[in-house]
Design a protein around this ligand. Structure first.
Ligand code: FAD
Length: 618
C-alpha cells in the first residue's frame, strides 16, 4: 500500500539525532516526515537526564548556532547548571546542565510540533525502498510505502537491541521498548560493515529513601550558564549530591562477577571505555577503594534519582545490595534495574563526510547507529545529516565543517577516517585547534553557513555580525588607548604602579586583569556593554598570540587539506602506492587529501604521491 504523500526527506527515529535531522531539513524548507516508534518518546533521554559537559557542551553550542533544538530544550528543562573547568583556559570550559527529563521531552515535542514543513507520524520502519543504487523511501510495519528523495536513519540502540540484567536477557531497543529487528536484518543485507557495541545504565533510586543529611550537596552555578542563543526561562534550580562506593560495594561486585554478562561472555559488544560500568571499574582499577557517585535528580516532580557512576548489568539482587552498601543509600529502594544493551552499529568509514552512505545514494545515517555514544554526539550528527539530506533532495552540493571550524567537523572526520573500536564520545582533546573551537564563539564560527542554509533567521544573523564587529572595534580601540605610570585608577585596579606607558590591550593581556578592570581604569563611552561580547573580547585579547599561531597553521595546511579527491579516482592507477594503501583508499574513498592523510596506514609518503597524481590529472 503506497501512501499518497511524497516527501523530500524522511527521518526514521525520534531520538536526539532524528529530531535534529527532521528540524534542520524542515527549517531548510524541505517537505519532511519524521517516523518514529512512539510519539510519546520523542526526545527521550535513554540514560541520565543531563546535557553537555566537556567536549559535549561544545557540540551543544554548535548545534544551537546551526539553529538546532538541543541547547534551547536543555535550557528550558535545566534544573542544575554548571560551567565545568571554570578555572581552566577558555578552550576547555564547558556547560553542563542537569535536566528535568519530562520537561526536556516536552520542550523537544513542542519545538517539533511547531515546525512548519514537518509531519510527524508514529510507525516503526521495517524496510527501505531501493531503486537501482538509490534509496527511494521506506516501508513501515503496517506495510505502508512512504516515498522520499532522501532517508535519514537514526535508530539509536534499537537495531537488533538485546538487553541484559545478570543472566536474564531479552530483545529490546531500551527498557520497556521493542527493538528494530526487521530493519536490522534489511540493513545487514546491504554492503555495509556491521558490528555490535554495548552501553549500560545504572538502577534508579527512590529519593525518599536516601539519607541526604550525610551527603555533600552540590549546587549549580550563579549566574547559571546558558547553551542557547534564545535563553528561555528556567525552571526552579535544585542541588545534586555526592557520595562514593565503599569497600563493601567492591566486595559485592567482585562476588557477583561470575553472574555478570560482561564477564561470563554473554555480551559480545564493546562498551565505552570512558564510561565504564561499576563491574569494569572494580576490576580495572582494583587498587582504588572508592569511586565517586553523583546523585542526580531525574526531575522536579519525581523523587527518582539517577546514581551517576554505577552503571551495571549485574543480577538484580547484587544491584540492590551494592546500592545499599553506599553511604546515604543504606535504606535505598530501587525504582528501575540497571541494565546493559547490545546493538548493531554500522562502520562509519562506509559514510561520506555528509553522512550519506557510500552504499546507497540518498541514504544517511546519524547518531548511535554510527557507533557514537551520547545525546550530544547524536544530535550533532543528526543536524548534519538533516542538512545534507535536505541539500541532496534538491541535488545541491553537500556541506560539512572542517576540523578547524567546529567540533562537529572533528566528530565527522574522526568517524569517517578512523572508524572506532569502542563507542565514540567527544573530548576537547580530540580537537587540534581547540582554542579556536570554544563554546563562547560557536555563533561567530557558524553563523555564516547557518544563515546561508536557512537555519537561522536574518535578525539573529545580523545581531551576531554586529557583535563581532563591536568586538573588533573595541580591540582596535584598546590597542590605541594608552595609560601612563602615576595614574591612581590604574594602580588601584592592578594593585601596583605601572612602570611604563602601556596600551589597554597589553594590560588586558595580563593574567588576572578582566575587561571590567580596564573599563574602571579608563572609562569610555565606546566600552562594550553586552556580556557575551565582553567575554569574547577578553578571550581574543588574552590568547591573541595563540589564536594567530593556530590560524597560521590552519592556513598552511588548508591548501592540501581541502584538495578534493574525485569520487571516481582510480587508486590502482597511482604509481608508487603500496597495495595496502591503494585498497584502503579505494575502500574509504576520502573526499579530500586531508581526510586521506588521516586514514590509518596512509603515510606522508603516500600523501605526497597522491598530491603528485592530483596535480597531473588536473
Ligand atoms: P536514540 O536516542 O536511541 O533514539 C532512537 C529513536 O529511533 C527512538 O525514538 C526509537 O524509538 C526510534 N526507532 C528506532 N528504530 C526505529 C524504527 N525501525 N522505526 C521507527 N523508529 C525507530 N550515552 C552516554 O553518553 N552516556 C551513557 O552513559 C549512556 N548510557 C546509555 C545507556 C543505555 C541503556 C542506553 C539505551 C543508551 C545510553 N547512552 C549513553 C546513549 C544515548 O542514549 C544515545 O547515545 C543517544 O540517545 C543516541 O541518540 P540517537 O538519536 O542516535 O538514538
Amino acid at each position: 500500500m503506497e501512501h499518497e504523500e511524497h516527501y523530500e526527506v524522511i527521518v526514521v527515529g525520534g531520538g536526539h539525532a532524528g529530531t535534529e535531522a527532521a528540524l534542520a531539513a524542515a527549517r531548510m524548507g524541505r517537505k519532511t516526515l519524521l517516523l518514529t516508534h512512539n510519539i510519546e518518546t520523542l526526545g527521550q533521554m535513554s540514560c541520565n537526564p543531563a546535557i553537555g559537559g566537556i567536549g559535549k557542551g561544545h557540540l551543544v553550542r554548535e548545534i544551537d548556532a546551526l539553529g538546532g533544538a538541543m541547547g534551547y530544550c536543555a535550557d528550558a528543562a535545566a534544573i542544575q547548571c554548571r560551567t565545568l573547568n571554570a578555572r581552566k583556559g577558555p578552550a576547555v570550559r564547558a556547560t553542563r546542565v542537569q535536566a528535568d527529563r519530562v520537561l526536556y521531552k516536552a520542550a523537544v515535542r513542542r519545538v517539533l510540533e511547531h515546525q512548519p514543513n514537518l509531519h510527524i507520524f508514529q510507525q516503526a520502519v521495517d524496510d527501505l525502498v531501493v531503486e537501482g543504487r538509490a534509496v527511494a523511501g521506506v516501508v513501515t510495519q503496517m506495510g505502508l510505502v512512504m516515498r522520499a528523495r532522501t532517508v535519514v536513519l537514526t535508530t539509536g540502540t534499537f537495531l537488533a537491541g538485546l538487553i541484559h540484567v545478570g543472566q536474564s536477557r531479552h530483545a529490546g531497543g531500551r527498557a520497556g521498548e521493542p527493538p528494530a529487528r526487521a530493519l536490522a536484518e534489511r540493513l545487514r543485507a546491504l554492503p555495509l560493515r556491521v558490528g555490535r557495541l554495548k552501553t549500560g545504565t545504572p538502577p534508579r533510586i527512590d529519593g525518599r529513601t536516601i539519607d541526604f543529611s550525610v551527603l555533600e550537596a552540590q549546587a549549580g552555578d550563579e549566574p547559571a550558564p546558558y547553551f542557547s542563543y534564545a535563553e528561555p526561562a528556567r525552571p526552579p534550580q535544585v542541588a545534586c549530591h555526592i557520595t562514593q562506593t565503599s569497600e563493601e560495594t567492591h566486595a559485592i561486585v567482585r562476588a557477583a562477577l561470575d553472574r555478570s554478562p560482561l564477564y561470563t561472555g554473554a555480551i559480545e559488544g564493546t562498551g565505552p571505555r570512558y564510561c565504564p560500568s561499576i563491574e569494569d571499574k572494580v576490576v580495572r582499577f582494583a587498587d582504588k577503594v572508592s569511586h565517586q557517585i553523583f546523585l542526580e535528580p531525574e526531575g522536579l516532580d519525581t523523587p527518582e534519582i539517577y546514581p551517576n557512576g554505577i552503571s551495571t548489568s549485574l543480577p538484580f539482587d547484587a544491584q540492590w545490595r551494592l546500592v545499599r552498601s553506599i553511604p546515604g543509600l543504606h535504606k535505598a529502594v530501587l525504582t528501575r534495574p540497571g541494565y546493559a544493551i547490545e546493538y548493531d552499529y554500522f562502520d562509519p568509514r562506509d559514510l561520506k563526510p555528509s553522512l550519506e552512505t557510500q552504499a546507497l545514494e540518498g541514504l544517511f545515517f546519524a547518531g548511535q547507529i554510527n557507533g557514537t555514544t551520547g545525546y550530544e554526539e547524536a544530535a550533532a550528527q543528526g543536524l548534519l545529516a538533516g542538512i545534507n539530506a535536505a541539500l541532496a533532495a534538491r541535488a545541491e552540493g553537500a556541506w560539512w565543517p572542517g576540523r578547524h571550524e567546529a567540533y562537529l567537523g572533528v566528530l565527522v572526520d574522526d568517524l569517517i577516517t578512523q572508524g572506532l573500536t569502542e563507542p565514540y564520545r567527544m573530548f576537547t582533546s580530540r580537537a587540534e585547534h581547540r582554542l579556536l573551537l570554544r563554546e563562547d564563539n560557536a555563533d561567530e564560527r557558524l553563523a555564516e553557513v547557518a544563515h546561508r542554509l536557512g537555519l537561522i533567521g536574518d535578525a539573529r544573523y545580523r545581531e551576531i555580525r554586529a557583535r563581532e564587529q563591536a568586538v573588533s572595534r573595541e580591540q582596535a580601540r584598546l590597542r590605541s588607548a594608552f595609560v601612563r605610570p602615576g595614574d591612581p585608577a590604574v594602580a588601584a585596579r592592578l594593585g601596583q604602579e605601572l612602570t611604563r606607558e602601556s596600551s589597554l590591550f597589553d594590560l588586558l593581556k595580563r593574567p588576572g586583569v578582566r575587561y571590567n578592570d580596564i573599563i574602571e581604569m579608563a572609562p569610555s563611552e565606546a566600552a562594550l556593554t553586552d556580556a557575551k561580547a565582553a567575554r569574547q573580547l577578553e578571550v581574543s585579547v588574552k590568547y591573541a598570540g595563540y589564536i594567530v599561531r593556530q590560524g597560521d597553521e590552519i592556513a598552511r595546511r588548508a591548501h592540501h587539506e581541502g584538495m578534493v579527491l574525485p569520487e571516481d579516482l582510480d587508486y590502482q592507477g597511482i604509481r608508487g602506492l603500496s597495495t595496502e594503501v591503494r585498497q584502503r583508499l579505494a575502500r574509504h574513498r576520502p573526499a579530500t587529501l586531508g581526510q586521506a592523510a588521516r586514514l590509518p596506514g596512509v603515510t606522508p609518503a603516500a600523501v605526497s604521491l597522491l598530491l603528485v597524481h592530483l596535480k597531473r590529472i588536473r
